[in-house]
Design a protein around this ligand. Structure first.
Ligand code: MOS
Length: 743
């Protein structure tokens, strides 16, 4: 029996969040805290010839202005440190020298006794530049595209699969063909919490750092390596994250600057970025993609080509999976995939919810829709016809794949059977109505992680792991797993995370945390259970003295005989007889068992969308959407649904609104604020319908979970674009689909 897993438990951190008790990186104080203000470069490329700081420094209360000219020799600028999400290349470090490599580059840090003063002082600083020509336009530089440098370590960053069969021949021979070029704009992360680091300088010179991050140990690793500090002297704490979804996978430059200032001044320092400055680091890269499909008259897809060119910076080769999905979704025997990069004078791109999947799958799924149109076939039927239970890239069977059921239940709920396939066939006066659908896919991965489980002297279960909760519900599902594993009432279980002193866990990303940290929590609690059982047997007159571990269950805070549940010892009594000491166990869970390696593992979805388009104005509204997900075991339907809803919202936002506009004359993003960088708001989002189809998977990991953080966004952009085509007859392959593209 599992009393908590599978139930819609409210977020255990919800009260702290809605009452303001939850503290974020910029909420922490320290005695004599100093405030840093970052000055950003006004040019995209060139050199600083002079930086005039005199006037600012004369202001009482301004402590220092750090620039490349006076930066203290505290950090390594040359070693190739690795953060857990670093692509190959040489990571950017601020204040290294006079060179400017991207617009908005941090070129100085003003440190003052108050934030207002630091900000005002920054306005007195003038910078002379020697400008050089910059290149920020991907589309003008496609001829420079080249393969990414190797050396990518991160999970989910595999290179394009090898070609199979003979694409050219099969494509030429195919009676039905589609070819399309797809464009995705740059998008920037806009979590509500801005990036910030509060560095507390302790009396002994140690640092306690409150950082906005998706992995406290990752920030610790970064600071210790770059500043040549022993790990034990750097503690990073990040119990709450106000949204991240990729932006916190790498340490951001405010962390470097705050640590530099704190170490030099021997004082605590906080550096927060502004909303504008959030547009000066990693972003979802712009891509130009080509997808070509060839099919026989009965709808068998015989040939697939997917080529992508993405942007990167001059100093790192950011890499994501854009073109691999076709080989995972469709069984075509003749395929060819290429992925290339163009280095530009911008910051290195960065993972953003379903990196690569949210751009690559839409390109593929739009062409599949176009093929269905040309074949005169229903888009769901075409996908059913080209179904595979194997990942063709790895040539392995899926551990489970209930995508057929996603199609069936999603289409049923949406009423897809009533669709008139003819474009422009559905209207209400001047309003065109369109129905579109698309498939989604994302890998179900697991990494290694550690967790500690403690039964306290008060009989409470406390479990810790240095993971993060970026809003996804990690606190809650880990509490559920721990409670069930040891049969404890959930009120007596506390799960803690976000501290580099805790047992190591990887950055929270890639939708792997439920599987990764969940497995660690499970094995730690199981180990603790074994310890407690042994202690119980040693108790005087123990009723369990002669029992085997297989004979007992953990239920309502007792260890009970399965054959006679009244024969039991309470966990509280066990710990009470442990000499007044808590009982604890720390365990590691490792992925990639031999059995797992014989299977491909992925989460699937089908998304159905209705749009209404004003024929005169070209404005698109999504009026209905259903996503059916095959995501393995659902630990908590409430937090799970929220993940899918969040992904769907972002998918609608990506499809219709989000776009960072570069002015190539200045090499600068021109809409770095929430007024001009449009994101979907409440009024843009209808009721969203989420279905979890049943999917039992005993292979993917011991919990049977697949991770839901990213899958919600993957299918949405193509479903919207396909609905727009159905409404208008206009095939838009250029995101976001703004009204100018429909007039
Ligand atoms: Mo996600 S883009 O791996 O936070």
């Amino acid at each position: 029996m599992t009393p908590y897993i599978g139930k819609s438990i409210n977020r255990v951190d919800g009260v702290a969040k809605v009452t303001g008790k939850a503290k974020y990186a910029a909420d922490y104080f320290a005695p004599d805290l100093l405030y840093g203000w970052v000055i950003s470069s006004g040019i995209a490329k060139g050199k600083i010839t002079r930086i005039h700081t005199g006037e600012a420094l004369q202001l009482p209360g301004v402590v220092q202005v750090f620039t490349h000219e006076n930066r203290p020799n505290l950090a390594c600028f040359d070693i190739q440190y690795k953060d857990q999400d670093a692509p190959p290349g040489s990571p950017f470090r601020p204040l290294r020298d006079a060179t400017i490599t991207f617009s908005g580059q941090p070129i100085a840090l003003v440190v003052a006794e108050t934030l207002e003063l630091a900000r005002y002082a920054s306005s007195l600083i003038r910078v002379d530049y020697e400008e050089e020509e910059h290149d920020t336009a991907l589309e003008d530089n496609l001829h420079r595209a080249r393969g990414p440098k190797s050396g990518v370590a991160s999970l989910l960053k595999s290179p394009p699969p090898k070609p199979r069969g003979d694409f050219e021949r099969a494509f030429q021979a195919a009676p039905f063909r589609t070819v399309g070029e797809h464009h995705h704009s740059v998008e920037h992360h806009n979590p509500i919490e801005l990036f910030a680091s509060t560095v507390v300088y302790e009396k002994n010179g140690k640092l306690t750092i409150y950082d906005k991050t998706q992995g406290a140990p990752n920030s610790q690793l970064y600071v210790a390596q770059v500043f040549r500090l022993p790990f034990k002297d750097v503690r990073v704490i990040s119990p709450y994250v106000g949204g991240a979804f990729g932006s916190g996978l790498r340490p951001q430059y405010q962390l470097f600057l705050a640590v530099l200032a704190a170490r030099e001044l021997k004082r605590s320092v906080r550096v927060s970025l502004t909303r504008q400055q959030m547009f000066t680091f990693g972003h979802r890269p712009a891509t130009v993609q080509q997808v070509a499909l060839g099919a026989t008259a009965d709808g068998t897809i015989d040939a697939i080509r997917h080529d992508a060119i993405g942007q990167t910076s001059r100093f790192e080769d950011y890499f994501e999976i854009v073109v691999n999905w076709a080989g995972m979704l469709y069984p075509a025997p003749n395929v060819k995939f290429t992925y290339q990069l163009v280095p530009l004078d911008t910051f290195t791109p960065l993972d953003m919810r379903a990196p690569g999947g949210a751009t690559g799958v839409p390109a593929l799924e739009i062409e599949v829709d176009e093929l269905a149109h040309k074949l005169g076939m229903d888009p769901v039927e075409l996908r059913r016809k080209n179904y595979t239970d194997r990942d063709m890239n790895q040539d392995l069977p899926y551990s489970s794949k209930e995508l057929h059921e996603c199609f069936r239940q999603g289409a049923g709920r949406f009423g897809w059977a009533n669709r008139n396939p003819e474009p422009r066939s559905m209207r209400n006066g001047h309003t065109l109505i369109g129905w579109g659908m698309a498939t989604g896919i994302w890998e179900a991965t697991q990494g290694p992680a550690r967790a500690e489980a403690v039964l306290t002297v008060n009989g409470k279960l406390r479990v810790t792991s240095a993971t993060a909760d970026i809003g996804t519900g990690t606190y809650t599902i880990m509490t559920q797993i721990a409670a069930d594993t040891l049969g404890m009432p959930i009120e007596d279980v506390i799960f803690r995370l976000g501290d580099s002193d805790m047992p190591l866990a990887p950055i929270e990303g890639g939708s792997w945390t439920a599987a990764t940290v969940g497995s660690a929590v499970k094995v730690a609690c199981e180990a603790l259970g074994k310890r407690l059982f042994k202690l119980a047997q040693k108790m005087e007159n123990s009723p369990l003295a002669r029992a085997n571990f297989e004979d007992v269950v953990f239920a309502d805070a007792h260890i009970r005989l399965k054959s006679n549940p009244d024969t039991a010892v309470s966990l509280r009594d066990i710990v009470g007889l442990n000499g007044g000491r808590a009982v604890s166990e720390t365990s590691t869970s490792l992925p990639d068992t031999l059995e797992q390696r014989n299977y491909a593992r992925a989460v699937h979805s089908a998304t159905f969308v209705e749009v209404e388009i004003d024929e005169d104005f070209g404005t698109v509204r999504v009026t209905r959407a259903v996503t059916a997900v095959a995501g393995g075991r659902i630990l908590n339907p409430k937090t799970a649904r929220s993940q899918i809803v969040g992904g769907m919202v972002w998918g609608i936002s990506k499809a219709l609104e989000e776009e960072s506009v570069l002015d190539h004359q200045f090499g600068r993003f021109m809409n770095p604020n929430l007024a001009e960088y449009h994101v979907a708001v409440n009024a843009d989002i209808p009721d969203l319908d989420v279905i979890f189809v049943e999917e039992n998977d005993t292979i993917v990991n011991p919990l049977g979970v697949k991770g839901l953080g990213e899958i919600g966004i993957v299918g949405m952009p193509a479903a919207v674009a396909n609905a727009v085509f159905h409404a208008t007859g206009r095939r838009v392959r250029d995101f976001p689909i703004t009204l100018d593209k429909l007039l």
